[in-house]
Design a protein around this ligand. Structure first.
Ligand code: IPE
Ligand code: IPE
Ligand code: MG
Length: 251
């Protein structure tokens, strides 16, 4: 539950979640293959990570590959898999040097073994970091996450570890892949589409939504600043009235 005191926005969101969209269109506008857009997208992700770390954001979740993205041409899917491997090899030392923790959410068992190994290594090597938590959503779907959490709770009920009464929103929250992270306060989608595309459906119940036409490879620190500025100007009411919120913030 959010208390009245917490309503209204702090200047910096604790958790930012981004749908990094527009790589393909960025490439097409330059008569380049879509893969070139994805490559430039990795650089934009690095900039966003650095900017969030500098801004004192606690957690940044990046949507890298949705459970629906397997429908893309085989060539694009396999070049994305290869890109994830090389990006991990290249970026992990920098993350370690900057005290940044990396973890993955999503059904990773569907990925090539080599990628699964790189993911596990990256998580182990950055596990002790105390700075920004970067969460990469890969083969992730919001419905998958809710279903796997429900299955986990159902198993515990079946084993007699949990009573039916204990199946609450809080218990489900703890069974999600994002357990332990605050819910995203600020959701950003680049690339001009105004949809959720099966991202963090449960967790974003009260996120502030921010959409920009900027294509992901063009996303710079100033665009993140603009999103944070828009967030800071919003009044988060969490169901209360505006008067209640201003009374609480002046108390
Ligand atoms: C997002 O960019 C990256 C992934 C989904 C991997 P897109 O590849 O969706 O770019 P557009 O939407 O085609 O421009
Ligand atoms: C969402 O982008 C997934 C990622 C950014 C990884 P898409 O480009 O796949 O979304 P849709 O299909 O246009 O909704
Ligand atoms: Mg897209």
């Amino acid at each position: 539950m959010v208390s009245a005191i917490e309503a209204t926005s702090p200047p910096v969101p604790r958790h930012v979640a981004i749908i990094m969209d527009g790589n393909g269109r960025w490439a097409r506008a330059r008569h380049l293959p879509r893969t070139a857009g994805h490559k430039r997208g990795v650089e934009a992700a690095r900039r966003a990570i650095e900017a969030c770390a500098q801004r004192g954001v606690e957690a940044l979740t990046l949507f890298a590959f949705s459970s629906e993205n397997w429908k893309r041409p085989d060539e694009e899917v396999s070049s994305l898999m290869q890109l994830f491997v090389t990006a991990l090899e290249r970026e992990v030392p920098r993350l370690m040097a900057n005290d940044i923790q990396l973890r993955f959410i999503g059904a990773r068992e569907a990925f090539p073994v080599r990628l699964q190994q790189r993911i596990a290594e990256a998580e182990t090597r950055t596990a002790g970091a105390t700075g920004l938590k970067v969460v990469v959503a890969a083969n992730y779907g919001g419905r998958w996450d809710i279903a796997q959490a429900a299955r986990h709770l159902a198993e515990r009920v079946q084993n007699g570890e949990l009573t039916l009464d204990a199946v609450t929103p809080e218990a489900l929250d703890q069974a999600l892949s994002t357990a332990g992270l605050p819910d995203p306060d600020l959701f950003i989608r680049t690339g001009g589409e105004h949809r959720m595309s099966n991202f963090l459906l449960w967790q974003m119940a009260y996120a502030e939504l921010y959409f920009t036409d900027v294509l992901w490879p063009d996303f710079e620190a100033c665009h993140l600043e603009a999103a944070i500025a828009a967030f800071s100007g919003r009044e988060r009411r969490f169901g209360m009235t505006g008067d209640q919120v201003s009374e609480a913030s002046h108390a």
